[in-house]
Design a protein around this ligand. Structure first.
Ligand SMILES: [Zn+2]
Length: 477
């Protein structure tokens, strides 16, 4: 299978996606259906995502902790909408240590309930607020139709859980984290997401309001890439998360939760990838620069390798790999690193040694146009500048692709047509029944209602009722 050509994105986007992941050794299928193994190259990307987010969480006052994998079944049942939303997806443990358990344990699908329980013990007074805790971990949701990274039974993520004294603070936190995700996606992953509010039908089970960052994939379908929920007092009431205010009166807290998962890796693959394979954004790339030495004879090797070693040392600030495999040709190596999406390749051969130069090839500009020769002198600053250019170019390309595929249809016929090849940005009445009909007729869902509205008002694209807001509609992953 590996010798066969990678399907192009136009031929079969879904098969292209699977093959790229398997061939680039990002992930593999696990023995349990719907589970995945994240291989070292994929995990290394996830670690870089973690660092980029964790830095932002800490900068906004959050701390990390770890809560248990098992949750008493009764906890899930305390918040009505929450249990209704999650019960079809729950994995439940009924036997432990060979004994039937008195109470079944749920393998966490998300941790609002157990964290709510703990917060009710920890929070006594307004002086204890706000509580701003994040955890990095894994969760299980028994999905029936699974895809590597996009939807798997078990996945990795972070979940932030905060408790506040006022509704205003909780809302500010919810928006702050949506904006934090957007900042990460745009500036580190070069994924030009659109932040906004979810419709009531699409919100998180148990939330008052959910906010999202929505990304357009290379086949124009939408991907929900991170979410932030204002839980109001729903979980505070269910778990009695209360505090004494300054007047000595008992009050319920206002809580939020927010999460971004390994699904984001799917977003990176489907935003930037091309027919040669992955294209990693330099800021997150597991390997930013690969150096390929080129020699035919031992004499040439002796000439080339010391320069390769010196260049690698000089590029110490970058994530650099030297591909010194001898059993494969340079041409094979070029294809291999292109498949894995390494942003920049440096080739060093005997002629380069002689001239004091190296050849560099940019992954974002395939073939000759992306190749140039530069002096070894001052290479590190040249590499830094080129990586920045690649980062900016990827964002620009993705933004152009997105904007070229967002339409403003004049009527519902046109809406139905454009939804086959992109997103619609349309006036919408906000009614759930109208939304359900749109979904039934076109398979498109409301992706988000951006906070940034054009102003004015219009008529709903579907039912013609007065509409105060415009929403993005698309088929989604
Ligand atoms: Zn309507």
């Amino acid at each position: 299978m590996i010798d066969e050509k990678l399907p192009t994105r136009n031929e079969n986007f879904s098969e292209w996606y699977n093959q790229v992941i398997l061939r680039a050794e990002m992930a593999d299928y696990a023995p349990v259906r719907g589970c995945m193994v994240v291989r070292p190259y994929g995990w290394s990307l996830w670690e870089n995502i973690q660092q980029a987010l964790d830095r932002r969480f800490k900068a906004t006052g959050h701390v990390n902790a770890a809560f248990p994998l098992f949750i008493p079944m009764s906890f899930m049942e305390k918040e009505k909408a929450h249990v209704e939303g999650f019960s079809p997806e729950l994995a439940v443990v009924t036997i432990g240590g060979g004994q039937k358990l008195e109470e079944p344990l749920v393998v966490r699908p998300t941790s609002e309930t157990v964290i709510g329980y703990m917060y009710s013990k920890w929070i006594k007074s307004y002086r204890d607020l706000p509580v701003l805790i994040n955890q990095w971990g894994n969760v299980v949701r028994w999905e029936l139709r699974t895809r590597l990274f996009l939807r798997t039974l078990e996945f990795y993520w972070q979940e932030g859980h905060t408790a506040h004294a006022t509704a205003e603070e909780a809302q500010a936190e919810t928006l702050q984290m949506m904006n934090t995700y957007a900042d990460f996606a745009i500036n580190d992953a070069a994924v030009p997401v659109i932040p906004g509010r979810k419709s009531q039908a699409e919100k998180f089970a148990g939330a008052q309001n959910s906010y999202t960052i929505e990304a357009m994939m290379g086949d124009t379908r939408a991907l929900q890439a991170g979410t932030s929920h204002n839980l109001g007092q729903n979980f505070a009431r269910a778990f009695e998360i209360q505090y004494l205010d300054a007047q000595n009166t008992q009050q319920y807290c206002w809580t939020t939760s927010w999460g971004l998962s390994t699904r984001f890796i799917g977003a990176i693959i489907m935003t930037h990838g091309d027919d040669q394979g992955l294209v990693m954004p330099p800021k997150l790339a597991p390997i930013q620069v690969v150096i390929v030495p080129i020699f035919r004879t031992d004499a040439e090797k002796e000439l080339v390798m010391p320069v390769v070693e010196r260049v690698k040392r000089e590029l110490g600030d970058f994530r650099t790999r030297v591909d010194d495999r001898t059993e494969v040709t340079p041409g094979f190596k070029f294809n291999d690193w292109e498949l894995r999406g390494v942003p920049l390749r440096i080739e060093i051969g005997p002629k380069d040694v002689e001239k004091g130069s190296v050849a560099i090839a940019r992954r974002d500009i395939p073939g000759k146009p992306g190749k140039s020769f530069i002096p070894q002198e001052g290479l590190a600053s040249q590499v830094a500048a080129t990586l920045s250019e690649i980062q900016a170019n990827l964002l620009e390309k993705a933004r152009k692709f997105r904007d070229d595929h967002i339409f403003d249809p004049n009527d519902f016929d046109e809406f139905t047509e454009v939804i086959q090849r992109g997103w619609a940005f349309s006036w919408w009445c906000g009614d759930g029944a109208c939304e359900a009909q749109i979904k039934e007729k076109t398979k498109a869902t409301t992706r988000c209602i951006p906070l940034d509205q054009p102003g004015g008002s219009g008529r709903c694209i579907h039912c013609g009722q007065p509409a105060a807001e415009k929403a993005y509609f698309a088929k989604a992953y």
